[in-house]
Design a protein around this ligand. Structure first.
Ligand code: FAD
Length: 185
């Protein structure tokens, strides 16, 4: 394994939590290195978009944390990268690697809370929901038909998120969306 970068703070994960934390630390002069397993920022229909190059911190895409050990003065992280295995040393490690956190698993930490028995289906649809009486942002509280309907841009793109039983096969999601859309007409 090649010994690579050093940093004061190593952040695993370039999601909204990792990037915001990197920004806050960089703004007060902390030397930060962000590693992200994916090759680029996730642009699926989720919470946030960020411009990594404006962070003031180094960001390494395609760098996945796979191992962790204590070392003198901090930690030594093992990474899988497009160039092979690399090691990074840092005084501090922040695990911002999402719900299935590798950092959490490597540290043997529990994930407190519970898993919802429902599946939330988030879609972006090209349909002017305002024409059906929706406001730009709608949170629908209903035991059966609860969901979120929100305008994403001015060109007719809307977010439609609804809940269905996790017991239903995932392939049903498209069928259920079509059924709901047909009820709009
Ligand atoms: C379909 C969907 C729709 C959503 N819609 C909304 C919404 O409208 N509004 C809202 O507020 N929230 C929404 N959420 C929730 C929101 O996406 C999460 O709350 C938020 O992304 C959590 O941010 P995070 O930074 O903790 O984790 P994540 O966004 O999951 O980021 C973690 C990052 O760590 C990386 N990573 C994982 N393992 C490693 C590793 N070993 N080494 C290096 N990097 C690693 C991942 O590739 C990922 O980029 C939605 C979630 C989903 C799934």
């Amino acid at each position: 394994m090649t010994e690579g970068d050093c940093a004061q703070v190593l952040i695993a994960g370039a999601g909204p939590v990792g990037l915001l934390t990197a920004l806050a630390l960089a703004q007060v002069g902390v030397e930060v290195l962000v590693i992200e397993a994916e090759g680029q920022l996730n642009d699926s229909p989720r919470a946030a978009q960020a411009q990594a190059e404006r962070l003031g911190a180094r960001v390494r895409f395609g760098h996945k944390l796979v191992g962790l050990a204590r070392s003198a003065g901090g930690i030594r992280a093992e990474l899988e990268t497009p160039h092979g295995s690399r090691a990074v040393r840092a005084e501090w490690l922040i695990g911002a690697d999402g719900a299935r956190s590798t950092v959490r698993e490597l540290l043997g930490l529990r994930f407190a809370g519970h898993t919802s028995p429902n599946r939330f289906v988030a879609t972006n649809i090209d349909c002017d929901m305002a024409a059906y009486g929706y406001q730009p942002s709608n949170f629908i509280c209903d035991p059966v038909h609860g969901g979120v309907v929100a305008q994403l841009d001015g060109q007719g793109l809307w977010r439609l998120t609804y809940r269905e039983s996790a017991a239903d096969p995932a392939e049903r999601a498209g069928i259920e969306l079509e059924r709901r859309a047909s009820q709009l007409a």
